[in-house]
Design a binder for this molecule. Structure first.
Ligand code: SF4
Length: 541
């Protein structure tokens, strides 16, 4: 790598890191599709249960997670060294390494390599990196047909669809839909095909076997690249990967630069974490490893394309780089309440769900409020379930908050303030004066009239409508905080600008009080909302 490579975001107009629409608009359509929600709810529920059982078998699961996190952190700190070592070892063992700054370069390299063999078709192992760069479309433009051989990827390809899950790309399709697709699009399929999973798999196998036997070139991704020996690793469940990695004469592997691990001892940790987190299995049915070229055994030409495409830009952020630790297990997708309801297409990027909401904006960059992926960090309830299941302990909620901050900061440069900025400025003005705050509390009680039927406020005027367009607000309580204080403490809440005397238990009230932000007061009646950062008592604003 040279300095010129560093920190360049993934370019627009190529690949699949950006959607055509912002997340809120795309999610609205997805939510209206009840079949999609049923498919997703069922599939994610099944995988969640399986994962929990597989993880529960290990007493040292938390230690494994800590080890995975530590290895990733140490690897990222010396990523350049490990990549140079990987390149040297691959080259020493007969392979050729190519460096691709972005999707354009990676596509051009792979296309040129395939053209050099004279082949007009190739087989592919399921690969997120090649989906990310839009390789199939680039190959098609050059007259080369790429055949997906993973069953789910085949379903996506036959349906001219795009993946909606990292591990199960066709999770949004059910068996009946897949049967119809096979009957319509798969050449030579048995017309009596049923929707039984075994029959569907047999139809796909018969279709793919013909392709495997005639393909001279294969393209794969890599789950890991082991620097100390220059070995590449692909884990999979169907055996299609093994066929692609062994039968063709030429093998081209596209690997994101963050997939390198220093040694086989490091790999051992991830080969325990990954299968239990992804498919809920103790180990992968197929773990294929290869090192350079072995005369007379397997592909006799091997090319490794190391892909940046925004990764060094993410690496430049000391905190945000944690997103590069991801081993693509998809556990965070399966527990995410937002993903479960919207599915993956709403995220636009090939990386959906919680990890997509942090990774995609980092790869593409958020330099202004209107960037393509600017809305993704808001596609989360910040419940923290993604952090709890992540095998390498990526603190996704904190990264999401950090990206939201970056998005808001980027919008500050705009000549006209956003509605959000105006609302926050107005709130700051009101909350910085006890008199204005008291008046606002009193005025807010008018909302009791609007919410008397349901106990909720479902429609507020602009700019507050931005909140109620997708959520309800609680009906203001009958009694304001000051009234509660006066009633229970026998005096006014506090003179303007002065601290209250601490009550029993040590809690001092909100605005104007001496209690630091973020303190937790005694629990009040339902529907209370404390001041910024605090969980104050009943009725406080
Ligand atoms: S962020 Fe963690 S849980 Fe999500 S896909 Fe990556 S490794 Fe798995």
């Amino acid at each position: 790598m040279t300095a010129a490579f560093l920190g360049i975001p993934a370019p627009p107009g190529v690949g699949q890191l950006r959607g055509g629409r912002p997340f809120p608009a795309a999610a609205r359509d997805a939510l209206a599709d009840s079949q999609l929600r049923r498919n997703l709810g069922h599939a994610t529920g099944v995988i969640r249960t399986k994962r929990a059982a597989a993880v529960g078998e290990l007493d040292d699961w938390e230690q494994l997670r800590l080890a995975g996190e530590a290895i990733k952190r140490a690897t990222m700190a010396r990523l350049d060294d490990h990549l140079v070592r990987l390149e040297a070892e691959v080259t020493a063992r007969g392979g050729t390494v190519h460096w691709a700054r972005d999707a354009h370069e990676a596509n051009a390299i792979v296309t040129g390599l395939v053209q050099a063999t004279g082949a007009t078709e190739l087989v592919k192992v399921k690969s997120m990196a090649t989906q990310e760069i839009g390789l199939n479309a680039a190959l098609a433009d050059a007259g080369i047909t790429a055949h997906e051989t993973d069953l789910a990827e085949l379903i996506i390809q036959l349906g001219d669809d795009v993946p909606s899950h990292i591990l199960v790309p066709a999770i949004h399709r059910n068996r009946a839909e897949i049967r119809e697709l096979f009957l319509r699009e798969m050449p030579g399929v048995d017309p009596s095909l049923t929707a039984e999973p075994r029959r569907l798999a047999m139809a796909a196998r018969a279709h793919l076997r013909r392709t495997f036997l005639r393909a001279r070139v294969a393209v794969s991704g890599a789950n890991f690249g082991v620097a100390e020996t220059g070995s590449l690793v692909v884990v999979e469940s169907e055996g299609n990967g093994r066929m692609c990695l062994t039968l063709p004469e030429t093998l081209i592997t596209v690997m994101g630069i963050e997939k390198v691990v220093p040694s086989w001892r490091d790999l051992e940790v991830f080969l325990q974490l990954l299968p239990r987190s992804s498919t809920g299995e103790r180990m992968n049915p197929y773990t294929s490893t290869w090192t350079g070229v072995t005369p007379g055994d397997g592909p006799q030409a091997f090319h490794l394309v190391l892909l940046d495409n925004g990764r060094t830009a993410a690496l430049g952020d000391a905190v945000g780089r944690d997103a590069l630790h991801c081993i693509r297990c998809s556990a965070c997708l399966n527990v995410c309440p937002v993903y479960e309801r919207t599915g993956g297409h709403a995220y636009g990027s090939v990386y959906p769900g919680p990890i997509g909401a942090v990774l995609s904006p980092q790869l593409t960059g958020i330099h202004s409020g209107s960037d393509d992926n600017a809305s993704l960090p808001y596609a989360s309830s910040l419940c923290g379930a993604c952090y709890d299941v992540c095998p390498v302990r990526i603190d996704i909620p904190s990264l999401l908050v950090r990206l939201r901050t970056a998005h808001v900061d980027a919008a500050r440069d705009r000549p006209l303030p956003t509605a959000e900025a105006l609302t926050m400025a107005a709130a700051a003005w009101v909350m910085s004066s006890p008199t204005r705050f008291a008046a606002a509390e009193t005025a807010s009680r008018l909302g009791r009239l609007a919410g008397r039927a349901t106990g909720r406020l479902s429609s507020l005027p602009p700019p507050l409508s931005a909140w109620t367009s997708s959520r309800d607000a609680p009906r203001p309580p009958e009694e304001t905080f000051r009234q509660w204080w006066s009633r229970t403490r026998g005096g006014p809440a506090h003179p303007a600008g002065q601290a209250n005397p601490p009550p029993p238990g040590g809690f001092a009230g909100p605005a104007g009080s001496a209690e630091p932000r973020g303190s937790a007061g005694p629990a009040g009646p339902a529907g209370s909302a404390g001041p910024a950062g605090s969980a104050g008592p009943a009725g406080s604003a």
